[in-house]
Design a protein around this ligand. Structure first.
Ligand SMILES: [Zn+2]
Length: 361
């Protein structure tokens, strides 16, 4: 790595303000194993990594890591010998954390696809990391994310080490589905519930992040113009106030397009227009339809919509019975949507079902 790029890597952006407050709260407490939980998009991973950096930092303060010692630098460039990132392979690849040599070889030679689960082999490696790896400082850290991607065997592999760590090892588990974790894992950690940011600071943060992206500072995609505040607001509302979700959305397609798409979605569904969901993964489509169903139901009973603007909702007045049935079907679909037998057919069925529900009397 050149000095210039190392410099950029260390010169990291500050933690979102609501995460910074939580970091300071966590650092003020003792505990060798934390479980950070809450709905997705609240910044679990960022907070977990900031906590790991602070624990490993050579000159930490009550505010967290110093940001310029050798340890901080090693975390920034993803090569810290005392930090074990236990993640699904797909996520390690996406976030640029190195895989072990054997795994990388298998993936490079296309022997198999990267796993979406946290593999038991990786958990075994994490256990031996806690036992055998010599540490450069006084602490070693294992970060597990998303912790719910451990199956029972993987979780059990980690359990004993979590309970009785050999020496100065700290654990941070982060999850957006704590209910899917083994109760034995949950009970061995101190719990921290992610704090939901207020709308205005979240919007301000989203604006800063989107500006940086537009300027080409982070992420690969360089967009021509910085996003409009109104579009970001639409996306933040669409994401239910979860800033990290809104950001990844603004990141994947230009914020203006994504916002427009979202605003047009309810009426497109009422028309049965499949093309409105064509580019979406099934899980994302089901999530959007659940939000639409929620809002149409809310408006029907006299409450304000939560994810869409009232003006964007279809003018139809669907019956409550049809809507609640649709809501039930969508939650059943949401549970199995990770593995559709045919994504195209599934989207067609979803849209057809949406059209019927939205036009039902
Ligand atoms: Zn430091």
């Amino acid at each position: 790595m050149s000095e210039a790029s190392a410099e950029t890597a260390v010169n990291r952006q500050p933690l979102a303000p609501w995460l910074q407050t939580q970091l300071e709260g966590l650092l003020a407490q003792r505990g060798h194993a934390w479980l950070l939980s809450g709905p997705s998009g609240l910044g679990q991973f960022d907070l977990a990594l900031a906590l790991a950096r602070a624990w490993l930092c050579e000159q930490p303060s009550a505010q967290g890591a110093c940001g310029h010692c050798g340890s901080c630098h090693a975390v920034e460039v993803h090569t810290h010998a005392d930090l074990c990132m236990l993640m699904p392979e797909t996520l390690s690849l996406a976030l640029g954390w190195p895989l072990d040599e054997k795994t990388q070889d298998e993936l490079d030679s296309k022997k198999r696809k990267p796993s979406k689960e946290i593999k038991v082999d990786a958990a075994r490696d994490a256990v031996s990391f806690t036992q055998f790896t010599r540490s450069r400082g006084s602490t070693k850290v294992v970060l597990v994310f998303p912790a719910e991607r451990m199956n029972t065997i993987t979780a059990n592999t980690l359990l004993k080490t979590l309970e009785e760590p050999p020496g100065p090892v700290k654990f941070i588990l982060a999850t957006d589905a704590a209910h899917q974790l083994l109760p034995t894992i949950r009970s061995r950690c101190l719990g921290h519930t992610m704090v939901w940011p207020d709308f205005e600071p979240a919007l301000a943060w989203l604006g800063q992040q989107a500006q940086r992206q537009a300027a080409g500072e982070v992420g690969a995609k360089k967009t021509a113009r910085p996003p409009e505040a109104a579009d970001l607001q639409t996306l933040l509302v669409a994401a239910g106030g979860r800033p990290a979700d809104a950001l990844s959305w603004a990141n994947n397609s230009a914020a203006a397009d994504a916002a427009q798409h979202w605003q047009a979605l309810p009426k497109a569904m009422a028309r049965g227009d499949v093309s409105a969901l064509a580019d979406w993964a099934p899980a994302q489509a089901v999530d959007a339809l659940q939000k639409l169903c929620h809002d149409v139901l809310a408006v029907r009973v006299g409450a304000p919509p939560r994810f869409f603007s009232a003006g964007d909702l279809p003018g139809t007045k669907p019956g409550l019975y049809a809507l609640t049935n649709w809501a039930k079907e969508l939650s059943a679909t949401a549970r199995t949507v990770e593995h559709p037998y045919n994504a195209g057919l599934m989207l067609e069925a979803l849209v057809s079902r949406a059209r019927i529900a939205l036009n039902a009397k």
